[in-house]
Design a protein around this ligand. Structure first.
Ligand SMILES: [Zn+2]
Length: 167
């Protein structure tokens, strides 16, 4: 499934019954710009279709009524990720919001001999009751990722990895 950029999708996948699209879209576009600034800071070329260092994309499945939004910036070692998701039922299917869950995560590639995948370094999470609040939450997480990604030098993350070279 190819991710659908924010401008090409339908915000009502995320916010059914959204009365006014523009104010919420404005906030999400600002969040996209912050994620793109982080990508540029970490050396991603702009407008490269093969590079995920872009803005927010919908994780919409064809025919599904609801979807979330994600923004991801990767380097060889690090992943900065932002997610806006709708609730799930017991079988893992998306159900009608509210609430919306907004979360951010910074993780680093495992450096142990028995490779476990990725090590979580820092996370943020909040639950939102309205589209305005959810869009504000996305902007806050995007700002947090940009700030962490530009203040911590890339080599400084491994020092924060408590699982580094674990057994
Ligand atoms: Zn590991």
């Amino acid at each position: 499934m190819a991710p659908i950029p924010l401008r090409d999708g339908d915000l009502r996948w995320v916010f059914p019954h959204l009365a006014e699209v523009e104010p919420v879209l404005d906030v999400l576009n600002t969040a996209t710009a912050l994620v793109e600034r982080l990508a540029a800071h970490l050396g991603h070329p702009r407008d490269d279709p093969d590079d995920p260092g872009g803005g927010l994309v919908f994780d919409h499945l064809p025919g599904a009524p609801y979807a979330g939004l994600t923004g991801t910036v990767r380097t060889e070692e690090l992943t900065f990720e932002l997610r806006l998701s709708v609730p799930c039922d017991a079988r893992g299917r998306a159900v009608r919001p509210p609430p919306w869950l907004v979360d951010g995560e910074i993780s680093i590639r495992c450096d142990a001999i028995s490779d476990c995948g990725r090590h979580e370094l820092e996370t943020l999470e909040s639950e939102c009751g309205t589209p305005t609040e959810a869009a504000g939450g996305v902007l806050a997480v995007a700002g947090w990722l940009l700030s962490r990604g530009t203040t911590v030098p890339p080599a400084g993350w491994r020092e924060r990895d408590v699982l580094s070279r674990h057994r």
